[in-house]
Design a protein around this ligand. Structure first.
Ligand SMILES: NC(=O)C1=CN([C@@H]2O[C@H](COP(=O)(O)OP(=O)(O)OC[C@H]3O[C@@H](n4cnc5c(N)ncnc54)[C@H](O)[C@@H]3O)[C@@H](O)[C@H]2O)C=CC1
Ligand SMILES: O=C(O)C1=N[C@H](C(=O)O)C[C@H](O)C1
Length: 265
């Protein structure tokens, strides 16, 4: 039986790629979309080149009230809307697969406790590209041997959140194996604030935003006489769709919140 899917953000760069993916996959059935600007219209009225037509809802509550057969919500929107959509989906026992980044730690904890107490599966994946997940895993391995590490993430200049969800997740994974240390010179001073980047437990994160970029990250380790660079590039948003597919299938079997695609690969 097909998995019934709702996509939030169908006009966005990621959302439209997700609609194309669901169009192709016979194991999934698109039931509706959530789009804050086009409630009451249909998908093809808004984006004529899509081959499937479904109703559009402005708010998640109405969408799930009127479609009680929905299995999975795929959210690819903006942080505050994504957080609200996820909460509403869980309340309706719809399993969220969330690609939207920029949630706070507190928001993730809250969603986790709702998902776990309701026994409704939920996946929050800061990066759906398999290569990016491998880059994070390799960085976690390398940090056992190289505690000095900087993360450089580079994205298109329409990105709202900095640092990227991927960079935060990478630092979180690295700190699981890295011996805590303060990097750089003990007396170093920023003569321009921000020069040394953001800081997660002493791991520095630098965010680049430029037109022409899609999604890229380098994790650079340094030690006496050597450096090791682990690098991943998404040149096309199609790179994320294998992970979205996997997420939709896996969340159907889950009864709790999973943070990070690495936990289901
Ligand atoms: N997990 C992953 O692998 C990936 C995650 N992302 C994340 O996905 C999200 C979307 O990224 P893009 O598609 O590049 O952005 P985009 O700007 O192209 O699309 C954003 C979508 O959100 C909708 N939106 C904006 N404000 C809204 C609101 N207040 N309420 C409801 N909908 C609203 C827009 O209509 C649009 O459809 C971002 O958080 C981004 O960081 C992006 C790429 C990969
Ligand atoms: O906004 C993007 O484009 C991306 N966002 C995600 C993030 O914040 O890590 C994933 C990927 O890097 C693309």
């Amino acid at each position: 039986m097909a998995i019934n899917v709702v996509i939030a953000g169908p006009r966005g760069k990621m959302g439209s790629e997700a609609v194309k993916m669901v169009e192709k996959e016979t194991e999934f059935r698109l039931v509706a979309c959530i789009d804050r600007k086009h409630g009451g219209k249909t998908l093809q009225e808004v984006v004529p080149h899509f081959s499937i037509d479904v109703p559009i809802y402005e708010d998640a509550e109405t969408c799930f009230n009127e479609n009680n057969e929905v299995d999975v919500l795929v959210d690819l929107t903006v942080p505050e809307a994504g957080y609200q959509h996820t909460k509403i989906a869980l309340a309706h026992h719809v399993r969220p697969v969330v690609g939207t980044t920029g949630f706070s730690e507190l928001q993730i904890e809250e969603l986790s406790s709702i998902s776990n107490s309701q026994n409704v599966g939920c996946l929050i994946a800061p990066n759906f590209a398999i290569g990016a997940v491998l880059m994070m895993k390799f960085a976690k391995m390398a940090a056992t041997y190289f505690p000095d590490v900087d993360i450089i993430e580079k994205h298109h200049d329409n990105k709202l959140d900095a640092p990227s969800g991927t960079a935060i997740k990478t630092a979180e994974l690295i700190r699981e194996t890295r011996t805590a240390k303060k990097q750089g010179h003990p007396n170093e001073k920023e003569t321009l604030p921000g020069a040394r980047g953001a800081d997660i437990d002493g791991i520095k994160i630098h965010s680049v935003r430029l037109p022409g970029l899609v999604a890229h990250q380098e994790v650079i380790f340094g030690s006496d006489g050597q450096t090791l660079t682990i690098k991943h590039d998404s040149m096309d948003r199609a790179s994320f769709m294998e992970g979205v597919k996997l997420g939709i299938n896996k969340v159907m079997e889950e009864r709790r919140l999973i943070y990070g695609l690495e936990n289901i690969l």
